[in-house]
Write a protein that binds this ligand. Structure first.
Ligand SMILES: [Zn+2]
Length: 149
């Protein structure tokens, strides 16, 4: 190979373009809870990254940005069992509250068994239900005493 040819690159310095046929087809989704489940949500996330990444280098940057995010430390603080319950209540999904059980066909009614309110969801459980008033007052007083700004 002569010197002139060796100095001339055979390809450009631009990052190669990504083919846009790397998208996955989402299955037909009827419910929000299914849309938020693992497979559809990760498929949608993948397709979004592909859509926003015209080149290989931008694709790598999006992946690095995604995986370098620091998770919220509150999601890992304390006992695993408490974190699991916290997550279930926060997402209004798959908790033992009757609204969630009703949504998953595991209960005949979403009503609260303590006060007969028509829906026992996490908001009702934490802020409304009179069955937990005493516990709620202790909880709120302890939170208030933490002096969190
Ligand atoms: Zn209640």
């Amino acid at each position: 190979m002569d010197d002139a040819r060796r100095r001339t690159p055979t390809h450009s310095n631009r990052s190669p373009e990504l083919p846009h046929n790397n998208k996955f087809i989402l299955p037909h989704i009827k419910t929000t809870s299914y849309m938020e489940s693992f497979l559809p949500s990760t498929t949608k996330l993948w397709n979004d990254v592909i859509k926003r990444s015209p080149t290989l280098s931008s694709f790598k940057k999006h992946l690095n940005d995604f995986f370098s995010k620091t998770p919220n430390e509150l999601y890992h603080f304390g006992a695993r069992r408490c974190n699991k319950i916290h997550c279930q209540l926060r997402r209004n999904y798959s908790s033992d509250l009757y609204k969630d059980l009703f949504d998953h066909y595991l209960s005949d009614s979403p009503a609260c068994r303590n006060c007969n309110c028509k829906t026992e969801d996490s908001y009702h459980y934490i802020f409304i239900c009179p069955a937990y008033t005493t516990i709620r007052e202790v909880l709120f007083e302890n939170i208030f005493n933490l002096h969190i700004n």
